[in-house]
Design a protein around this ligand. Sequence first.
Ligand SMILES: NC(=O)c1ccc[n+]([C@@H]2O[C@H](COP(=O)([O-])OP(=O)(O)OC[C@H]3O[C@@H](n4cnc5c(N)ncnc54)[C@H](OP(=O)(O)O)[C@@H]3O)[C@@H](O)[C@H]2O)c1
Length: 250
Amino acid sequence: MKRFEGKVAVVTGGGKGIGAAVAKRLAADGAAVVVNYAISAADAQTTVDAIVAAGGKAIAVKANVAKRDEVSALFGAAREAFGPVDILVNNAGVYEFRPLELIDEEHIDRQFNINVKGLLFATQEAAKDFDGGRGGVVINIGSQVSLTPPANGSVYSATKGAGDVITRSLAQELGPKNVRVISVAPGVTLTEGFVSMGGHEGFIEFAKTRTPLGRPGRPEDVADVVATLVSDDSRWITGSVIPVAGGLTL
Ligand SMILES: NC(=O)c1ccc[n+]([C@@H]2O[C@H](COP(=O)([O-])OP(=O)(O)OC[C@H]3O[C@@H](n4cnc5c(N)ncnc54)[C@H](OP(=O)(O)O)[C@@H]3O)[C@@H](O)[C@H]2O)c1
């Protein structure tokens, strides 16, 4: 029997990048996976098709995690398709780097709305399913930038710092209900979003010089750790921020 057989997972932003790798990995380990997306329906369907072709179970569901009613509908769809949720991976996120003088309200609101509000709304919904002694696991995809914040990344780093603090707080709040909450902090990871960011080549070269293991991360490097943290092997871990970054310090 696969280790997540009978479990239901929601992966926000599961259509590409780290989220797609996490969705595929959890499905390969037996979970039925809800692949959430906001805009890119085709990417989400590609992830679902890959899971189903490999013998797994998955559906794609559209929802902007920054909108509470859409998050509620996302979990409604998850319950209808597969039953109550056991695993939530708060992966949906946006990143934008700007020097202080170029920060405006839109830059702040967009990143906080998706990276912080979205994480809270999704966890609120998942917690309803975790009640009644069922328990559950929440993995928040944070970032190395909360641990060693780079120049020009004050707002993005602040959203990820907020995520880590929420992880620690909710681990306290939900622990008595048998819910574990953990942050995973990737370093530079080659994803669609990262590669589409202006100036990524220079950033990769810089990051390599700061990474003892000498290469940028791959989505699967993060997904394998997420699966380990979700599994019962990690039953004594909660409230932790786990760097998954090849030793990178920015
Ligand atoms: N790549 C890195 O180097 C790196 C390093 C550290 C941490 N991270 C974190 O890892 C996570 C994933 O990053 P990535 O590089 O894989 O990003 P990506 O390739 O840009 O993918 C982001 C995913 O999030 C989804 N998304 C964005 N806004 C959303 C919203 N409002 N509601 C629902 N889904 C939404 C996107 O779906 P749509 O296309 O449908 O909008 C997409 O599937 C983020 O939280 C990021 O901060 C990334």
